[in-house]
Design a protein around this ligand. Sequence first.
Ligand code: ADP
Ligand code: MG
Length: 267
Amino acid sequence: MLKITNLKKYFGGVKAVDGCDFEVKKNTITALIGPNGSGKSTVFNLVSGILKADKGSIYFTKTLGFASKHKNTKTQKHSAEKQEFVEITNLPPEKISNLGISRLFQQSRLFNNLTVKDNLLLAIGNEDMKFFRSVFKPISTGDKNKKIKEMLKAVELEKIANKLTRDLSYGQKRLLEIIRAILNPHSFLMLDEPAAGVNPALRKKIAEILLKLKSRGETVLLIEHDMNFTLSIADKVVVMEKGRVIAQGSPDEIRNNPEVLEAYLGE
Ligand code: ADP
Ligand code: MG
């Protein structure tokens, strides 16, 4: 679904991402882990087009209904996988979002003066493909409200739909942002530390949401600092240190990898 090759991003002398390679397979939960400052969020910013790469390439699998609208993007066939990848390196963020990549930021980006429901309505309504979609398949306000209600119910937040966002607890805000990323039309979900700073009960709920998404066929790339959280839900773990991938494999392989343990101990 996503393929990153020799990706580099330097900030002056800081080699934030320094030759990063990894792949995310469709319908998996892949976790990107590593000590603070190892370049994880920078990789997300490069994939979503917020930062421009100095070197390297990012490819994304074309998905029906998204990529077909972008005929000008460079395509590349990787015969081994029989998947068609489109190169998305350094495309503008809106284009990347319209290709079907939705993300959760490490720092909150909610509108605090809006209600919970209105924050979610914005997520459904703000893609710039909205016009095209509305021509072919109009989404009525009724449908949107129904979808939002369902989502809030699924995470037991339906009672606070009309509350102002600024009055929510930190954990509730985080949950709201996760739902918002899910409601944003997408085929690939990137979550930067969804469970950081939230209590264990909510953390469990977030893990359940992610597993449910996978069972529905979704693909998730997740950054998470908490090893236990990550290793319990991920299919594949990619470990970064100093801008590079130092190990990748199944949670069991990562749990017992001496290099990974050392990278974390050194923190
Ligand atoms: P992680 O998410 O793994 O904690 P980051 O990707 O946020 O790491 O940061 C990697 C390195 O790049 C850090 O040393 C950080 O200070 C630096 N960095 C990240 N973003 C910027 C920026 N916009 N300007 C300058 N340095 C940055
Ligand atoms: Mg980060």
